[in-house]
Design a protein around this ligand. Sequence first.
Ligand SMILES: [Zn+2]
Length: 101
Amino acid sequence: MTTRKPWDHGNRTREDRHYGRQHQKLRAQLLATEPLCRMCKAAGRITAATIADHIVPLAKGGAPNDITNLQPVCRDCHQDKSNADKGHRVKRRIAEDGWPE
Ligand SMILES: [Zn+2]
């Protein structure tokens, strides 16, 4: 079952909306200078990043609008990281373009 919110569409992530305009600007800046997912790169994979992830989570006192607190990650890595942060078991990916449910 998927509950799709009316505003949840397009390629905009919930994060963009949550963190606002300043974050989107920093995200664009970050992805322009470092277009590849940093976590994939560390694992030897080349993947385009689409998300500016907070290295130090805001909940732990990380700076929300500081580019040095942002790292470019792809959606899968971001998902994995969010799941790990919440203490969930990290699900393995289904396919290259498959969406984990
Ligand atoms: Zn990645």
